[in-house]
Design a protein around this ligand. Structure first.
Ligand SMILES: NC(=O)c1ccc[n+]([C@@H]2O[C@H](COP(=O)([O-])OP(=O)(O)OC[C@H]3O[C@@H](n4cnc5c(N)ncnc54)[C@H](O)[C@@H]3O)[C@@H](O)[C@H]2O)c1
Length: 444
């Protein structure tokens, strides 16, 4: 494996990346600026798109791909193309099973694929988010089924991905990278690799420490958002604007970090990771109360958003059953096209369950699948608003923030607006039919 260090210094390594999604594709393009990169995905559609210079990830424009395509970036569905890779980085999904337990099948499949081509001197890095112990207990044993020995014949490390889709300031190269190998040599080699493309690399003791860093980061967000949500529910009852409280508290120069309420959390990481940690904790006989309670509070916020719609309708003597409600925003956060685990899904289902006729609009997401059926976005904001009895803003996309609330009421022909993200903070909203999460509503 020592050869790898020389090869890195000579810039003569080949990198293989498994999984060309939100994490793998930006990483592949970052590496392609210095090294030859094979981007392997099981999806024919994704590999075909990439081979034609077309990106399916909003943060990676087509031009980025075209710049490196067939020069230093080679998308493929053929795992044999990974054979020459000195480093193979795994960026596959880590969802939950029906029972809300970690689904490691993608990681296992990726390791089995590597097993078919693994040779001495290669180095495998897992980036998929998972519970502490996965690299040592799950990945290494599968790779060793080849008869080769980790540490002696091939290297292994874990390095959590911290990408923030839609964030233009913190791109792959600007986000400090945590690296933990299965021994010290592995940590050093993996750190050297990432140091070629990332400004700051932080080495930690081992793989399970690196896995734990990611768990801490995401659970920290989950718990603090839950705290903001719980306090906001209390403040609403007390007639206190939670957003004003949080912004004022955030002026404290030390010991406080602002988190904001909202309709719940979404995406592929923050809602799922607490379940990974809970699962791991229970294997050690520990019941994590704090982590699980925060999940429940965040889940409840979707119901709260729908309750506000119901209260709004009541203001104009309408019932939820048969009311036309438009959901504005389907993505799990602003200015992105990813709707996985989005709060909008549960809000749409809850609205439909209570008998509302739901329409949706999102400038980035064309359609969304829910238990109440698939919903297709209206063509534009005006079409979404037209004829709505109530408009509920679930996501604070920039295009929504630029809208005038009075114009929305006129276009919809209805006065009711439910604001889950404090979108209209700088506008006059003290009318009876405005309801907002964490806001003072006259009729709560
Ligand atoms: N999306 C984020 O913002 C984000 C941020 C940090 C960490 N993560 C973590 O990174 C990991 C990947 O997430 P993502 O958002 O990139 O997922 P994704 O679904 O966007 O992409 C995963 C890709 O892997 C491919 N794939 C699945 N199994 C494969 C296999 N056996 N061989 C080859 N390709 C395979 C899929 O076809 C897909 O294109 C997850 O563990 C996630 O929790 C995601």
């Amino acid at each position: 494996m020592k050869d790898l260090c020389t090869k890195i210094k000579n810039q003569s390594i080949n990198v293989g990346i498994i999984g060309m999604g939100y994490v793998g594709l930006p990483l592949a393009i970052a590496f392609a600026q210095k090294f030859n990169v094979v981007g392997y995905d099981i999806s024919e559609k994704i590999a075909d798109h990439l081979s034609r210079g077309k990106s399916h990830i909003l943060d990676v424009p087509d031009d980025y791909i075209k710049n490196y395509l067939n020069k230093s970036f080679y998308p493929t569905t053929n795992y044999l193309d990974l054979e020459k890779s000195d480093f193979i980085i795994i960026c596959v999904p880590t969802p939950l099973t029906e029972e809300k337990e970690p689904d490691l099948s993608y990681i296992k499949n990726a390791c089995q694929t590597i097993g078919k081509i693994l040779r001495k001197g290669q180095f495998i890095i897992l980036e998929s988010t998972t519970y502490p112990g996965t690299t040592d207990e799950v990945a290494v044993p599968i790779l060793e089924e080849t008869g080769l020995k980790a540490r002696e014949d091939f290297g292994v490390a874990f390095s959590p991905e911290r990408i923030d889709p839609g964030n233009k300031k913190y791109t792959v190269d600007k986000i400090p990278k945590i690296v933990g190998g299965i021994n010290e040599d592995c940590t050093e080699i993996a750190a050297m690799l990432y140091g070629c493309i990332i400004e700051k690399v932080i080495k930690v003791k081992d793989a399970k420490t690196a896995e734990s860093v990611k768990m801490l980061e995401n659970i920290f967000r989950n718990v603090n958002i839950a705290l903001a949500n719980e306090l906001c529910l209390i403040f609403e009852k007390m007639g206190i604007n939670a957003w004003e409280v949080i912004d004022a508290a955030a002026t404290k120069p030390y010991g406080f970090m602002p988190f904001y309420p909202g309709p719940g959390i979404g995406g592929h990481c923050i809602p799922l990771d607490p379940f990974y940690m809970s699962y791991a904790a229970k294997r050690y006989g520990f019941i994590p109360r704090f982590i699980e309670t925060s999940g429940e509070i965040n889940e409840f916020m979707r119901v709260h958003a729908v309750n506000l719609v119901e209260k709004g309708l009541k203001q104009v003597d309408k019932k939820m059953f048969g009311a036309k409600v438009t959901v504005m925003g389907l993505a799990y956060k602003k200015n992105i096209d990813d709707a996985r685990e989005s709060p909008s899904i549960k809000i749409i289902e809850e609205l439909a369950n209570r008998g509302a006729k739901v329409r949706v609009y999102d400038p980035y997401v064309k359609s969304i699948k829910t238990n109440a059926g698939e919903f297709h976005s209206e063509k534009n904001i005006e079409d979404g608003l037209m004829g709505a009895d109530c408009t509920v803003f679930v996501v604070d996309h920039d295009v929504f923030q630029g809208m005038e609330i009075e114009r929305i009421r006129v276009l919809a022909g209805s006065p009711i607006v439910v604001d889950c993200k404090n979108i209209f903070k700088n506008q006059k909203t003290d009318f009876n039919e405005y309801f907002g999460i964490g806001k003072i509503s006259k009729n709560v």
